[in-house]
Write a protein that binds this ligand. Sequence first.
Ligand code: GLC
Ligand code: MG
Length: 425
Amino acid sequence: MMKRLNAPARLMIVSDLDHTMVDHHDPENMSLLRFNALWEACYRHDSLLVFSTGRSRTLYKQLRKEKPMLTPDITIMSVGTEITYGTSMVPDDGWVEVLNQKWDRNTVTEETSKFSELTLQSETEQRPHKVSFYVDKDKAQDVTKALSEIFAKRGLDVKIIYSGGMDLDILPQGAGKGQALAYLHKKFKAEGKLPTNTLVCGDSGNDAELFSIPDVHGVMVSNAQEELLQWHAENAKGNPKIIHATERCAAGIIQAIGHFNLGPNTSPRDITNFSDSELENVSASSEIVKFFLFYERWRRAEVENCEIYLASVKADCDASGILVHPSGAELPLCGAITGMRNYYGDKQGQQFRVWVDRVLSTQTGLDTWLVKFNKWELSGDEQQGCVITCIINMKKDGVSRATYMHVHETWLEGSGAKDQSTWLF
Ligand code: GLC
Ligand code: MG
């Protein structure tokens, strides 16, 4: 199922999206961008990123358009009722089989239609193994109790989950975010690839069962909903493997990585001076993340307008290295760096963010790496992206140093820049 890794993942992060990975109250998306940089620089190559959301595929895709999100290895949607793998989101049919047992959707819709307190959610959120409503906070408990009794009487074993003080989901008893994770753990174990550590992250009611899966570390972000905190107080109070972060959303996830000692927890975005780099291990991936961070800060005028910076980047480029621009134009790498001079601060005071996704490298020689990744730019309301393939030389003479040999860019389908002239890399 996860062919990319041929050893157990060092860390598997299983995170909810809304109000956990994604902060809807932060238009700058700072904590998400900090997490992204950390993940790509230090974890992507040997760890697994799993998004577990209540959203259907339709609303998940919508969120991806609105927020600078990474591509997860596994996507669990519709409250643990749909599991998909990889970029092409291949569904796990075995999971569908499991859920089909003892599930009678018609009985659920028939009985729930008798409750005037229940308002059906949009059509996109009604799924084969999920029926979803809105219900007022003060009526939720009574309705849940009444429904449970009716379903029990009709011999139907269902799970009723209340989230965010408004959403009521009805699923097969064996479904849910926790059960979906247990299913994945079982599958990985069978392949001898149970992740060394698993960190679950959530903020609301449908996340609660993630925290009851054996052996996982868990973080309830600082902004967690009352219903999750209450569940924790009643069910997991003394468990030292679960924390309530003091930081919001993705910043709370980074905090938990540090708290549980799960690996590096300094995001490259938190480093302001790369020359006396505090980054623990230098790798092709971390070099890429650092370069595009510098590029963002250069154009936002958040680093000094200093020739030394450009000279030091140029020193990391092979003298005969070539950049193939997504327009098809070819230019010397060093020339492209020099060209940055004219763009210092051109995005100052504007919305301008750059991030990389799916940074994966393959060693092709003694100290040569082929690195492939997606690079995104958000400028104002426009988001553009390209695939970058580059050849990097990593010398290990005392201090490791990356030399860019060749860089090739191609527009991601449908994401080409309208004005290609301001797309430097
Ligand atoms: C998401 C889904 C919704 C569900 C809620 C809580 O918002 O779109 O259908 O009820 O999560 O699980
Ligand atoms: Mg949430």
